[in-house]
Design a protein. Structure first.
Length: 198
């Protein structure tokens, strides 16, 4: 019976295909056996990576309570604009970062995968909060409807634990993603508390 449900939802085979495509190094590429660019110029790629890392455009997309903290990150107190990621886009076609903020249930799983597919490459995913990472407090035997980790559906680059994680934690996740893209941790100038005027 459980196997029948899997077939009806077709989540598992589709998710496996998405992950396999990512492992081949062409995430989201619909063309099988894509040979990639004709020429690669390492110095140009490095410059592009720095540009990508400092202008991540997240999708306007939230699933549950963690999304409130994600919204908080866009407000003046935390000011995600300092790191170039304030441009939350209303369309996956204009986004290169999906922040999965909240519980992923089986009804939403095909939607999450479709949105991921509609994002242009290169694209990145942050799993925000315990629900997105592992099902969180809903990963119990009696609950039949929760996906226990969004990485069962789509490739995840950075995990931000917490229930919910504070906006600073998500900010650290974005810095980690920037580090992953460029290979270096950018020493952003930050005013220390001791430097603040009295
Ligand atoms: S991790 Fe906690 S705060 Fe985040 S969506 Fe799940 S229950 Fe809500």
């Amino acid at each position: 019976m459980a196997e029948d449900k899997k077939d009806v939802l077709r989540i598992h085979s589709y998710a496996a295909e998405l992950r396999a495509r990512n492992d081949r190094g062409a995430p989201g590429d619909l063309i099988e056996n894509d040979p990639g660019p004709i020429a690669r110029v390492p110095v140009v790629e490095k410059i592009l990576d720095v540009c990508r890392a400092n202008s991540l455009w997240p999708m306007t997309f939230g699933l549950a309570c963690c999304a409130i903290e994600m919204m908080g990150l866009g407000m003046a107190r935390f000011d995600i604009a300092r790191y170039g990621s304030e441009v939350f886009r209303p369309s996956p076609r204009q986004s290169d970062l999906m922040i999965v903020a909240g519980t992923v249930n089986k009804k939403m799983a095909p939607v999450v995968m479709t949105l991921y597919e509609q994002m242009p490459s290169p694209k990145y995913v942050i799993a925000m909060g315990n629900c997105a990472i592992s099902g969180g407090p809903f990963a119990v035997e009696e609950n039949y409807n929760v996906i226990e980790g969004v990485d069962r559906l789509i490739p995840v680059d950075v995990y931000v634990p917490g229930c919910p994680p504070r906006p600073e934690a998500l900010l650290e996740g974005i810095l980690k993603l920037q580090e992953k893209i460029t290979g270096v941790r950018h020493p952003f100038p930050q005013r220390k508390v001791s430097d603040a005027p009295n």
